[in-house]
Design a protein around this ligand. Structure first.
Ligand code: FES
Length: 155
């Protein structure tokens, strides 16, 4: 669905429609491309500054492309005392990216979060919606290698 089709399907677009519009764009592209945001502004009464304000205010929106897999690692206290900071370094080393970055092949985005809510399994990481507890460098290496080989099989 193009931006014009999306806007056309919504009838009279008002600033109150902005969040559902941005959600739909992000569903289609995986993020909010700058050109699409400008196009929305051109075809509605919503100024680009307002669109960018909303897009940057809410954590659910992303202005850069994201990886096929989202890897999250806990930086909370329970995980920290059980080697969480080392785990974060291990993941960064395996992926070759820093926190908040996406690999060049767009397969992985790496983020850290305050607590994943499964402190008993510390140190904990997540890949998409799956938890991996009591992690260490060896397990991280194996997990990421498995994810990479699964990517190659589906390519
Ligand atoms: S502190 Fe890591 S899951 Fe809660």
């Amino acid at each position: 669905m193009t931006v014009l089709e999306l806007l056309g399907s919504m009838g009279k677009v008002t600033p109150g429609d902005l969040i559902p519009i941005l959600q739909e764009v992000q569903n289609q592209y995986g993020y909010l491309p700058q050109g699409v945001l400008l196009e929305i502004s051109e075809h509605t009464i919503i100024p680009a500054s307002r669109i960018y304000g909303v897009a940057t205010f809410y954590e659910q929106f992303h202005l850069e492309p994201r990886g096929k897999h989202i890897i999250k690692c806990c930086r909370g206290t329970a995980c920290h005392v059980r080697g969480g900071s080392t785990l974060i370094k291990d993941i960064k080393n395996e992926l070759g990216i820093d926190e908040g970055e996406t690999t060049e092949d767009l397969q992985f985005t790496f983020e850290t979060v305050a607590c994943l809510g499964t402190c008993a399994l510390a140190p904990v990481m997540m890949v998409d919606d799956k938890y991996y507890g009591k992690m260490d460098a060896k397990k991280v290496k194996t997990l990421i290698a498995e994810l990479r080989s699964a990517v190659k099989e589906t390519a």
